[in-house]
Design a protein around this ligand. Structure first.
Ligand code: C5P
Length: 412
């Protein structure tokens, strides 16, 4: 079965030593036609079959091939390169490369990247039919597929060595087709995901309101990532100045009460709710019908607690998989864990906010906590972070029993 993947926009194409390397030129061209960014990494042997210059021209990026290339490492180190990729595709994958991958070697740049990446790895083997049938290769392939590496091919037919049999690299068009098929079966395919994003505004009078610094960028990035993972997305947004990501339904609201109503209006058939909005905790007890005048030195505001949207969703009888966010200025993990427990959530994403952190920035880091587990997602662009976050949401969604309130974990 093909591993479900989100639409891979950044493909790290590994090319190893084999006659079929010439076909990879066509593969790069086709992948780029589909809108993917392609970074080619060649093994030393591959450069003896086709020059890196060919791939540089076709991919529009300098080809990487050395583990010790100081200039290239300074621009984008091999670990960054491993993180950059949505998908690692090795085509052609030689018998030697499959053996090194199975053994977990890090003796050249491509093997090292495969060890260092969290992205799915796909391999399109190409070799002589007897090499393919050899027990050592069979064992290596079994090890790799057992670890989740996706095998593309090989094809059967005439080989460069003059023999006929299985071992030809799959044609580039068939590889691109396999990518499309996997996209269709994205990690959230067929699911309805409701996401709240941005701040709310609680009016004090016709011209003033209480609000917060949320820009909505994280919630919008999460909505786009959920869409890319195949979900039908409803985005309930507070007042933000962000364009609507293509292909999703957006409902604009202003106050916490309006957000409550919009979320509950959309949640009926939702499979997942992600509360990424910075909803007001308190709202003015009454909103003056006319502008409040500067008549006294001191003005006291009377506020009451706003209804907690997230807690109300997780308390529904037919509850969706419920995910919260926790923006904290201190003791991030302790406070977030408290919210996970109190609000009966399936997952919570915590981040530290304050001067220069999280709000209205392009990057962020998240600590993900769920009953019995935790994962730290390091500082990166909100788009990349959202993709990793959604991948974990999908994983937890699949592993969490439905129709039950999560067991309440003990506070530590
Ligand atoms: O308790 P706190 O406001 O810190 O919790 C944050 C989480 O709760 C976020 O996911 C936020 O969207 C949600 N929330 C809510 N309704 C509120 C306040 C917070 O849904 N009134």
């Amino acid at each position: 079965m093909t591993t479900p993947i989100a639409a891979p926009r950044r493909i790290l194409l590994g090319i190893t030593g084999g006659i079929a390397a010439y076909k990879s030129a066509d593969l790069v061209r086709r992948l780029r036609q589909q809108g993917a960014e392609v970074q080619v990494v060649m093994t030393d042997a591959a450069t003896r079959f086709v020059t890196p210059l060919t791939f540089q021209a076709l991919s529009g990026r300098p080809v990487r091939y050395g583990l010790w290339d100081e200039a290239a490492e300074a621009a984008m180190g091999h670990i960054e390169l491993a993180r950059w990729a949505d998908l690692v595709l090795v085509a052609p994958a030689s018998a030697d490369f499959l053996a090194r991958l199975a053994a977990g070697r890090a003796d050249d740049l491509l093997a090292t990247l495969c060890l260092a990446t969290e992205a799915p790895i796909w391999v399109a083997p190409a070799m002589n039919r007897l090499m393919w049938a050899n027990a050592a290769t069979c064992a290596n392939v079994a090890t790799l597929t057992g670890r989740g590496v996706q095998l593309l091919g090989p094809d059967c037919g005439s080989q460069a060595c003059g023999e006929t049999g299985p071992g030809r690299m799959l044609e580039p068009a068939a590889i691109v087709e396999a990518l499309h098929a996997a996209e269709g079966a994205g990690a959230l395919a067929g699911l309805h995901v409701v996401i709240s994003a941005g701040p709310t505004r609680e009016p004090l009078d016709p011209v003033r309101f209480i609000s917060n610094r949320s820009s909505g960028k994280m919630g919008f990035a999460v909505a786009a990532a959920a869409r890319d993972a195949g979900a039908r997305v409803t985005l309930v947004s507070g007042p933000v100045s962000l364009p609507t990501p293509a292909g999703l339904r957006r409902i604009d609201v202003e106050t916490a009460a309006q957000m409550y109503a919009a979320v509950h209006g959309a949640i009926g058939d939702a499979d997942i709710y992600i509360g990424a909005a910075a909803v007001a905790d308190y709202t003015p007890t009454c909103c003056a019908s006319q502008k409040i005048k500067k008549t006294s030195d001191c003005l006291e505001l009377s506020l009451h607690k706003a209804a907690d949207i997230l807690a109300s969703v997780s308390a529904l009888e037919r509850r969706p998989f419920t995910v919260g966010f926790a923006a904290e200025t201190n003791d991030v993990e302790r406070h977030a864990l408290g919210k996970l427990v109190r609000k009966h959530l399936d997952l919570i994403a915590a981040n530290e906010v304050g001067t220069d952190r999280a709000f209205d920035r392009e990057d962020n880091a998240l600590l993900l906590l769920w009953p019995g587990g935790r994962r730290q997602l390091e500082l990166k662009s909100k788009a990349d972070l959202a993709r990793e976050f959604i991948a974990l949401v999908a994983e937890r969604y699949r592993e969490t029993p439905r129709c039950a309130v999560s067991p309440v974990p003990a506070l530590v």
